[in-house]
Design a protein around this ligand. Sequence first.
Ligand SMILES: *[C@@H]1O[C@H](CO)[C@@H](O)[C@H](O)[C@H]1NC(C)=O
Ligand SMILES: *[C@@H]1O[C@H](CO)[C@@H](O)[C@H](O)[C@H]1NC(C)=O
Ligand SMILES: *[C@@H]1O[C@H](CO)[C@@H](O)[C@H](O)[C@H]1NC(C)=O
Ligand SMILES: *[C@@H]1O[C@H](CO)[C@@H](O)[C@H](O)[C@H]1NC(C)=O
Ligand SMILES: *[C@@H]1O[C@H](CO)[C@@H](O)[C@H](O)[C@H]1NC(C)=O
Ligand SMILES: *[C@@H]1O[C@H](CO)[C@@H](O)[C@H](O)[C@H]1NC(C)=O
Ligand SMILES: *[C@@H]1O[C@H](CO)[C@@H](O)[C@H](O)[C@H]1NC(C)=O
Length: 404
Amino acid sequence: MQLSRSLTGAIFLTFALGLLLSSTTNAHNITKILAKHPEFSTFNHYLTITHLADEINRRETITVCAVDNAGMSDLLSKHLTVYAMKNVLSLHILLDYFGAKKLHQITNGTALAATMFQATGAAPGSTGFVNVTDLKGGKVGFGAEDNDGKLDATFVKSLQEIPYNISVIQISKILPSPEAEAPTPAPNELNLTSIMSKKGCKVFSDMLIATGAIDTFYDNADGGLTVFCPLDSVITDFAPKYKNLTAEKKVSLLLYHGIPVYESMPMLKSNNGLMNTLATDGANKYDFTVQNDGEVVTLKTKIVTARIVGTLIDEQPLAVYTINKVLLPRELFKAALTPAPAPAPEAEAPKDADSPTAPEPFAPDSEPEDQTASDQNGSVRSKGGILVAVVLSVWLGAFMSVVF
Ligand SMILES: *[C@@H]1O[C@H](CO)[C@@H](O)[C@H](O)[C@H]1NC(C)=O
Ligand SMILES: *[C@@H]1O[C@H](CO)[C@@H](O)[C@H](O)[C@H]1NC(C)=O
Ligand SMILES: *[C@@H]1O[C@H](CO)[C@@H](O)[C@H](O)[C@H]1NC(C)=O
Ligand SMILES: *[C@@H]1O[C@H](CO)[C@@H](O)[C@H](O)[C@H]1NC(C)=O
Ligand SMILES: *[C@@H]1O[C@H](CO)[C@@H](O)[C@H](O)[C@H]1NC(C)=O
Ligand SMILES: *[C@@H]1O[C@H](CO)[C@@H](O)[C@H](O)[C@H]1NC(C)=O
Ligand SMILES: *[C@@H]1O[C@H](CO)[C@@H](O)[C@H](O)[C@H]1NC(C)=O
């Protein structure tokens, strides 16, 4: 009895752990799959250097249309930048599962498949779709939608099928697409401040420019950068305290809101733990802890806990998220700490706690009053955000069903 109970417990635990692992680990590795086929080494190489391989590995229900080394030489002769190359290759990644069988039995003989090019938002309008059509004699034709209806490439063979996670197939040649091949700005040419200021983080963006801290962000944009920007309403409340910081401390505070690595949302959810920031200078300085609770990702400094409430951009190597509180590093705000004078009751929260001169009441688990207040407003705002997202997706759904 006792044994069977603990056995059941063990089985349950193993099952639960299995579930947990399967949701965080990738079931497939495109680099490994293609490595078994040396004639695709060029295609494989470019999937790696454009970081599309990571993107493929973290998705499910995907089809990779690979082109052999001879086919890739046509593309290489165009001397595209690596960013344009990324767009071209992302057009060869279909966001649906097409095994050999399904390819030959497409409903009505033709379909438009959404691609990763379309999904990244880099494709203008409705480009970024691939037309897959069953042709005479058992052939299957492929063509980019912006290619005047021409289906230049055909299905050659299946390389590996893992239903319904990933299908890797060979097609005869690269899909020509004027849109995908168009010159693309490198990520560090993306205007970080205009992305932020257009989408609710204007105050933060202006602070980055005014202090010159923005240069450090741009310096990191190529190698990987994640920015957490406090929403305007939140940072406005914080402005009096900010004004009182020295120029040097202002820069430290701003740099504290960036980390020198690219972290997608799934990565943030699975890589909980201590995170160095752009302000980090030596061990245990200016770091914070990332922790997720289900779908919610929080950033904990020793003084506040902020929550990620939105995504402005998430495209390797750059991610920008909005947060509902200013991240206060203990290095800057702990100084104002006075050893708790008396067991000050929460209710007695003095009015001048809001004034910039008042010392920060510091306790690891209680938050300064104004931060709590802005949190409440933050929740209201994030509900508004969800509403907007729902309305948008309903609208998008309606739009898509009209288009198709
Ligand atoms: C498909 O992916 C899921 C989740 O990543 C995984 O649990 C499952 O084992 C995969 N299926 C196969 C056949 O590999
Ligand atoms: C995928 O496979 C390649 C080659 O075997 C390996 O270098 C890489 O680390 C793997 N990636 C992941 C995410 O496991
Ligand atoms: C197939 O064609 C029929 C008739 O034209 C149409 O009603 C149906 O929606 C099409 N199915 C798909 C999946 O396109
Ligand atoms: C795909 O292209 C072919 C040939 O240009 C065309 O007849 C067909 O309607 C297209 N399919 C879709 C779904 O647009
Ligand atoms: C970003 O855009 C703003 C306004 O549109 C402009 O003033 C600024 O110079 C731009 N920055 C970069 C790095 O292009
Ligand atoms: C600014 O902060 C310092 C301590 O860092 C404090 O002595 C001073 O009174 C503050 N001034 C204002 C205007 O808040
Ligand atoms: C929260 O929002 C309310 C109403 O919009 C406003 O009156 C209040 O000042 C805001 N508080 C903070 C701390 O932003």
